[in-house]
Design a protein. Structure first.
Lengths: 111, 113
């Protein structure tokens, strides 16, 4: 079982729709959860992080965490073509400095 | 400012060459990281430095040698690499304690011939 699992996609949504990206993790000791966006040929860019169960909203992005189900998701509202990228879920244990990445989900937003 | 800089942006080297990758951050972060990323794959952790000391080495071959001269700088020395080592090498930095958030540099794209 992989430590961090994501559906590789590709996920295709029309412009203006909600894109839903999902991630599960195996280590119940995980405490910190991150979403990175990576455009082709570029480095990962931090979008959001979440530590507590529930929802965290930042502009068009909402991260959702359910530690009991070992599940974290990212919702992108009013999707734009510029959101087309690979989204990486990352998980770490506090103080361990060992962030583990999922394989990434490739999102395409069609105009 | 969440900038991490890396040099060079691109590097081509032969299997007998010795080269170094450089990374710098001025955010006061005390943790710095090296990752390797192959095409269409996620970043793979190689090394972690915490307070300028090597804290994690993910069983990386000795042809990769990290160095942390001070809290702002991180180097990766390369020697006798193989073609399969060709990849994007990413440096990141983050704060210590609690939940760390890592910020990535633009990366060095390495080609080994």
């Amino acid at each position: 079982q992989k430590e961090v699992e994501q559906n590789s996609g590709p996920l295709s949504v029309p412009e203006g729709a909600i894109a839903s990206l999902n991630c599960t993790y195996s280590d119940r000791g995980s405490q910190s959860f991150f979403w990175y966006r990576q455009y082709s040929g570029k480095s990962p860019e931090l979008i959001m992080f979440i530590y507590s169960n529930g929802d965290k909203e930042d502009g068009r992005f909402t991260a959702q965490l359910n530690k009991a189900s070992q599940y974290v998701s990212l919702l992108i509202r009013d999707s734009q073509p510029s959101d087309s990228a690979t989204y990486l879920c990352a998980v770490s244990k506090n103080g361990n400095n060992d962030m583990r990445f999922g394989a990434g989900t490739r999102l395409t937003v069609k105009p | 400012d969440t900038e991490v800089t890396q040099t060079p942006k691109h590097l081509v080297m032969g299997m007998t060459n010795k080269k170094s990758l450089k990374c710098e951050q001025h955010m006061g972060h005390r943790a710095m990281y090296w990752y390797k990323q192959k095409a269409k794959k996620p970043p793979e952790l190689m090394f972690v430095y915490s307070y300028e000391k090597l804290s994690i080495n993910e069983s990386v071959p000795s042809r990769f040698s990290p160095e942390c001269p001070n809290s702002s700088l991180l180097n990766l020395h390369l020697h006798a690499l193989q073609p399969e080592d060709s990849a994007l090498y990413l440096c990141a930095s983050g704060s210590m304690g609690g939940a760390e958030t890592q910020y990535f540099g633009p990366g060095t794209r390495l080609l080994v011939l």
